[in-house]
Write a protein that binds this ligand. Structure first.
Ligand code: GAP
Length: 465
């Protein structure tokens, strides 16, 4: 299965989905750039999320808060004191590793929410079986906690009222909590309601592993739902079901999803589940869905000195809303979607119009495909064919992300479009000029149909929308 991961990483680089950051300078660990097809896929994932989370929900509104926030926010949230991973250093080669990852490598599960004491104990019990991943030695330091917040240098340096370091946000939801009152006062909503936002988050992850699964800069999509304390768990169940259904609607295979219930809850949490995806390196967290009680608003009330309670207009009851959240990384859905869609197919003899014996194809859900339609002239050096293909492309480009390709032979062009997951390829050939028709090839079946040029739009409309 790791082999599949290597193939996906290589396809991402080869076809322009994901590039290692700062590559010409030797790279920059755990940071990645999204290439021409990657940005299209990531944007499609974000708009599918926004549609399901905001557009189709009368009770949820959007927000885009800034990356920089008042440093006190990170104290109030508990990140300054407690947002840390357990780390050990190899005393021989000085490589730092996450203790939970070292344990996982020898088949011992730990839980992110365990105390330092608990995880230290498990590490000591298993120490004899653990080797440094870099040098293979077994000479480790004691377990330390390493804070994940990324410090920044920002501000008016003549001001001395900000003495704490400024951070790049470690999660987007804090921007939601601190805007809760603004949103409540301006949007036409009442409890229960949600606030959703997407945006960059930054974490000093100790180890860079598993491609875009865990990166130091990543994009989150988070929705915080504000409930009456007595309704929290009922709303939580609804949210869990909605999020599961969301992945099915997105086209993810149900057999590749499973629930993981957190056994060691943080003190304020009522319930916590992750939806896990069956990545080539095993079932791992895709999204977290947590019932957080009144912790967040209480903390921000305390640290800001502001009353963040809610007053029910009908009953006059006043209370601090309880929050349930849905939180997922764009990169994680991106990787799950690629893993789900990646297929290698042996082609039966005589079948392919494009003379391939095997192919790699991304069977992406059509709404997520970076390019919806590719238009080709059958032969590249025939100006008449190229001109007609250009005309068809110009006609379609305002409606769909299209590509006009007249490079290489037709077989190579089909292979390239299969690898980037393009659902339809339209080819102009010599018959086009006799009967005003083109061929249109379906990515999944590889079958070609001849249709009239004037029917292309109607055909695509039916198939793509
Ligand atoms: N507000 C809650 C929160 O941030 P989290 O479990 O730390 O909770 C939520 O993160 C989601 O964000 C994860 O389920 C994952 O999809 C994504 N995520 C977290 N850390 C990440 C990283 N270093 N790289 C990529 N995605 C990450």
């Amino acid at each position: 299965m790791q082999d599949k991961m290597q193939k996906i990483i290589s396809l991402c680089k080869r076809r322009g989905f994901i590039f290692p950051s700062s590559e010409i300078y030797g790279g920059f660990a755990a940071i990645y750039d999204y290439g021409p097809y990657g940005v299209e896929l990531a944007n499609a994932i974000k708009s599918a999320w926004w549609k399901a989370m905001v557009q189709e929900r009368a009770d949820i509104v959007g927000l885009d808060s800034a990356i920089f926030m008042h440093p006190k926010i990170w104290e109030a949230s508990g990140h300054v004191a407690g947002f840390a991973d357990p780390l050990v250093e190899c005393k021989d080669c000085h490589t730092r590793s996450r203790v939970d990852h070292l344990l996982e490598d020898i088949g011992v599960q730990s839980d992110e929410k365990m105390s330092q004491k608990q995880i230290n104990q498990i590490f000591i019990e298993n120490k004899k079986k653990i080797k440094c991943p870099a040098c293979g030695q077994q000479n480790f330091s004691i377990v330390k906690k390493f804070n994940l917040l990324v410090k920044a240098n920002l501000g008016n340096f003549t001001d001395d009222w900000i003495q704490d370091p400024v951070y790049l946000r470690g999660e987007t939801c804090q921007g939601i909590y601190v805007n809760y009152r603004n949103v409540l006062q301006t949007a036409r909503i009442k409890i229960p309601f949600g606030i959703a936002q997407t945006g960059k988050a930054f974490r000093n992850e100790i180890t860079a592993r598993q491609f875009i699964f865990r990166t130091r800069e990543f994009e989150q999509m988070e929705m915080q739902y504000f409930t009456h304390p007595k309704e929290e768990l009922k709303e939580y169940e609804k949210l869990r079901q909605a999020r599961w259904q969301y992945y099915l609607d997105l086209g993810i295979k149900e057999k590749n999803l499973k629930w993981h219930k957190h056994e060691n809850l943080v003190f304020y949490a009522k319930e916590a589940y992750d939806i896990e995806y069956n990545f080539p390196f095993g079932f791992k967290e895709l999204e977290g869905i947590h019932a957080r009680g009144d912790y967040d608003l209480k903390q921000h009330s305390k640290f800001s000195g502001q009353d963040l309670s809610y007053q029910d207009q009908k009953t006059q009851e006043k209370y601090i809303p309880h929050i349930i959240e849905s939180s997922v990384g764009v990169g994680r859905i991106f990787l799950a979607v690629l893993c789900d869609a990646y297929q290698e197919e042996d082609l039966a003899e005589g079948l392919p119009a494009d003379k391939q014996s095997s192919r790699v194809v991304l069977k992406l859900p059509k709404n997520l495909a970076p390019i919806k339609v590719a238009v080709f002239p059958l032969l590249r050096n025939k100006p008449k064919l190229v001109k007609k293909a250009q005309e068809i492309y110009d006609n379609l480009k305002s409606q769909y992300m299209c590509e006009l390709d007249d490079n290489g032979n037709i077989g190579k062009r089909y292979r390239r479009q299969d690898e980037i997951g393009t659902p339809y390829c339209v080819t102009v050939d010599f018959n086009t000029f006799d009967d005003q028709t083109v061929t249109i090839r379906d990515r999944d079946t590889m079958k070609q149909e001849r249709i009239k040029i004037k029917s292309i739009e109607e055909y695509l409309e039916k198939k793509l929308n």
